[in-house]
Design a protein around this ligand. Structure first.
Ligand code: PLP
Length: 410
């Protein structure tokens, strides 16, 4: 049995920087629990930066973004729709859901578009967990569901990844055994931060063996980057599964915002009342449609990112470091000393990496940037690892700037 945890004050998490401090200040206000924000990768990456980072300066390989941005077709589609921006264009969301549903052999009612996948992730945890229905997650894993459980008051069970030095996959049997009555079991495939995939047989096992009213939330934010079997067939079979997809990763639309919740209509009906009824930006809808209709986009970008990842990991290995066997746009790098020190020393060079997970304090997550960015990373990493990083804690950001990244969430 794994102990329940508090994501706001987990062991080993010490706010070190001003942005992180402001994060904890807004997040930890007990009276504000009911209004805890929907946390995205961007918020978590910001909160973990050891110093204030001008987004226009330095190299940012700390938020699993895609430096290629939206595809050319998506850009043109956005430009073309801007003159119609005075209209709601109600049918756009339906059309987008229909295109995706048709491509995947799903019914259109089993697809709901949202402004990114953070929203349906948060709402699924709110809808299906409670103080009596815990959340079960893998560790290290993506933290956002735990923050949502903080809102629903659900106990959280963090289950270490199996085979951490090898496959680093979800330990599905231990996740099922963690508690008798989970509301949600969260499977991130490929996993953030390790980039590793959990075998299909393990995912089938958890779907087949979970209590009958437990929802298996399968987060496929990074699925386009790997060859792992997809999980949409569970939805077609009517299982208690909600799959999340996003346009933020391979499609390069993190700042444009579009994603899907895919599930049985009766499950989706429980999450949409939390906020799925708001109209979505027509620019994001247009860009998402154009991206889905571009048949070359996924294979082309998958290869570009994989090549850069493989080259970077091969170089790190040749330098004697070990990395998780990622199939995604991020991996964990074992730096053999407190990761926070290395992160701070790199940040002092305007090279932003991270985050560090309390479960693996000597590892740092690295996002795969452009080939040039990764060459710059090699240079800075070599310099940092060959010098002393002791005591290298960058200065704090002035207080007046501290709230900036989070003002829209208060
Ligand atoms: N799920 C995972 C595992 C992520 O890493 C992220 C972002 O990095 C998201 C969901 C949410 O992304 P978005 O809200 O941009 O779709």
């Amino acid at each position: 049995m794994y102990p329940t945890v508090d994501p706001i004050a987990p062991a080993g998490v010490t706010p070190t920087g001003i942005s992180r401090r402001s994060f904890f200040r807004f997040a930890a206000g007990a009276s504000a629990l009911a209004s805890l924000p929907i946390l995205t990768e961007a918020h978590l990456a910001y909160a973990d930066r050891p110093k204030f980072a001008d987004p226009n300066k330095g190299i940012h390989i700390d938020a699993n973004e895609n430096p290629m941005g939206p595809s050319e077709a998506a850009r043109q589609a956005m430009i073309a729709i801007v003159p119609r921006g005075g209209r709601y264009l109600f049918t756009g969301e339906e059309e987008l859901a229909e295109i995706f549903a048709k491509q995947e052999g799903l019914s259109a009612e089993s697809v709901v578009p949202f402004a990114g996948s953070s929203e349906p992730l948060h709402y699924t945890v709110l809808a299906f967990t409670s103080k009596d229905r815990p959340l079960v997650v893998a560790d290290p894993g993506y933290e956002a569901p735990m923050w949502a459980a903080k809102v629903s008051g659900a106990p959280i069970f963090k289950v270490p990844l199996a085979d951490p030095k090898g496959e680093a996959k979800h330990d599905v049997k231990a996740m099922l055994a963690a508690t008798s009555n989970p509301g949600v079991i969260y499977i991130c495939n490929p996993n953030n931060p390790t980039g590793t995939c959990t075998p299909r047989s393990d995912i089938e096992y958890v779907v087949a063996n979970a209590p009958k009213d437990t929802v298996i939330l399968i987060d496929e934010a990074y699925i386009h980057l790997c060859d792992a079997p997809r999980s949409l067939d569970f939805v077609k079979e009517g299982k208690n599964v909600i799959v999340l997809r996003t346009f933020s990763k391979l499609y390069g639309m993190a700042g444009i915002r579009m994603g899907f919740a895919i599930g049985r209509p009766d499950l989706l009906a429980k999450i949409t009342p939390f906020g799925g009824m708001n109209a979505l930006p027509i620019t994001a809808i247009a860009a998402a449609k154009a991206s889905l209709l571009d048949a070359d986009l996924v294979p082309t970008r998958k290869k570009i990112i994989a090549d850069t990842r493989l080259q970077t990991i091969a170089w790190l290995k040749s330098e004697g470091y070990s990395c998780t066997p990622s199939e995604s746009n991020c991996f964990m790098l074992d730096v053999r000393k407190p990761g926070k020190q290395v992160q701070a020393a790199l940040a002092a060079k305007d090279m932003y990496v991270g985050r560090i997970w309390p479960a693996w304090p000597n590892s740092v997550r690295i996002t795969v940037g452009t080939p040039d960015e990764m060459m710059a990373f090699r240079k800075d990493f070599t310099a940092v690892m060959s010098g002393s990083t002791a005591g290298l804690v960058p200065p704090e950001m002035p207080r007046r700037l501290a709230k900036a990244p989070f003002t829209h969430m208060s």
